[in-house]
Each structure stands twice: as C-alpha cells, then as structure tokens.
Design a protein around this ligand. Structure first.
Ligand code: SF4
Length: 265
C-alpha cells in the first residue's frame, strides 16, 4: 500500500453525536487532570493494539510521496480532498518539483494547473509556494524535525505537523483527524470533545510501544472497518472490547452491555 494521509470528507452519523471540530493546540499540564478518561481498561487497550499489530505490523498511509518535503506538500493538499485525487495530481507534480527550490521555480501559476482537480486548489497553491520559499530560504531546503517550526509554515496545522513528524521522522506522536476522532470516541478508547483533547487522551493511554504506529492503525481502522456511516462491527477485530452502544450486526443493531471501568494511564 502506498503512503497516504487525508482529512476525510465523510460525515459522522447521529450516533457519533459529535463531529470533529476545528483542531486546537493542547493546553498545558494544568488541564491534564481534567482530561476525560479512557473507558477501556489498561489490559483492553493493550489488547486493542496487540490485535492491530498482529494484523498489520507495519501500517502505512495511502498518500504518495518520495521524501519528507513531498509528504508535507501532499498532506497540505489533502485537506478536504480524497487521497486518490491528491495522488493523481501529485504524481505529475512531484516528477518535476520534489524539492522546495524546484517548487518555487515552478511557480504558483503552473502549480495551480497541476492541482486544479483538488479542492481549494488556489489557496493551497499559495500556501505550498509560500512554505516552499521558507524552507528553501530558511531551512536549507529541508523539512524541519521540529513541531513549532512546522506549525509556523503556511497551511500547516498541528495535525499536518504530527503526520510529518510521525511518518517522515518516526516520532511517536498521534495525529488526530476525523477518523481518529470518531474511532476514539466511539470505542471509548480516548473520549474527547475536540481533536486536541482526544490527542491528549491518546498520548496518555496508548502504551509507548504502540505510539509510533497508533495513528496509522486507527486511521485505517476508521477508514475500512469503523466507517462513519455504518461501521462493520461483525468483522471488527476489537468488537468485544469496543464500548459503542449501537454496533451493527447481521440482524441490525446489537446493543452491547454496560461500559467497563475507567482507568487513568
Ligand atoms: S465494534 Fe463497530 S463501532 Fe466498535 S470499533 Fe468495531 S466497527 Fe467500530
């Protein structure tokens, strides 16, 4: 599977209760004590990730890229767009512009021509040229392995920075997109009112040995099994642990029992 990241367009069902609001930076440690608790026990959380790992030891995304810079560009372009649509445009784009200097040389007008099939292409083209110029002039053409530096780039927010840090540099950070937000709340793994809160809960409850791949396991689970409109609960590998009360089944909704004990990691 080729690498991929995106902000999916699918909407949560009413049962999901809350759609992912705009991301915000997590607050400092003073807020930690008030974070929601996982509804899964420590042993259950271990089991969830052990099962994901057993099924897919080295999970990958589906956005195509050839280096950290093209990964960054692909993630910026993927907001409110499909992976397939981004990949279709970037194959030709990255063949001629796979470094910040080459992208600046390509210019905004030609970049627009390359990505006009992607939503919000004009604004994204401005951001890609602007961030490429900064990388070329201030970072020697390299993508910084630094969250603050990444988040200062045009069009780059916390989620994009996390994806780059995790995928390009192997940092054990968890980018929370719509899929992770939905899965974390549905299952009870990491309840939260917004992506920032879910990220903080995941950071607290996901065992260190699973953090590097947690983003990809959860995003793939959300994309192909725990889907927004109708989750495939009958084939779900963690159905016996998940706390979702409206699981789907061959004979319709199958309510599950009461939630288990809460834990603080
Ligand atoms: S049992 Fe259903 S709702 Fe729970 S994680 Fe699996 S697919 Fe999602």
């Amino acid at each position: 599977m080729a690498p991929q990241y995106r902000e999916p367009m699918s909407k949560a069902t009413p049962a999901d209760a809350r759609a992912a609001p705009r991301s915000a930076k997590p607050r400092a440690s003073a807020k930690r004590a008030r974070l929601p608790r996982s509804r899964l026990t420590k042993a259950e959380i271990e089991t969830v990730f052990e099962r994901f790992q057993a099924r897919l030891p080295e999970p990958k995304g589906e956005l195509e890229y050839v280096n950290p810079y093209t990964l960054l560009v692909a993630v910026v372009l993927s907001a409110q767009a499909t992976d397939a649509g981004v990949n279709k445009a970037t194959r030709a784009l990255f063949a001629v512009a796979d470094t910040p200097a080459k992208m600046v040389a390509l210019g905004e007008a030609r970049l627009v021509d390359c990505i006009r099939t992607i939503g919000l292409f004009r604004n994204k083209a401005k951001n890609v040229i602007a961030l490429s110029r900064i990388l070329a002039e201030e970072f020697g053409g390299e993508v910084p392995r630094d969250r603050e530096a990444l988040e200062r780039l045009p069009g780059v927010g916390r989620k994009t920075a996390n994806v780059v840090l995790n995928t390009a540099f192997g940092e054990p950070v968890i980018a929370v997109d719509t899929h992770l937000f939905r899965v974390s709340n549905r299952t009870g793994l990491a309840p939260g009112k917004d992506p920032a809160e879910v990220e903080q809960v995941l950071e607290r409850v996901v065992p260190d040995r699973f953090k590097r791949h947690a983003h990809h396991w959860l995003i793939l689970h959300g994309r192909y099994v725990c889907k927004a409109r109708k989750p495939d609960c009958p084939v779900c590998p963690i159905a016996d642990i998940c706390r979702y009360t409206a699981k789907t089944g061959p004979a319709g909704a199958l309510p599950v029992g009461a939630a288990g004990p809460a834990v603080t990691a």
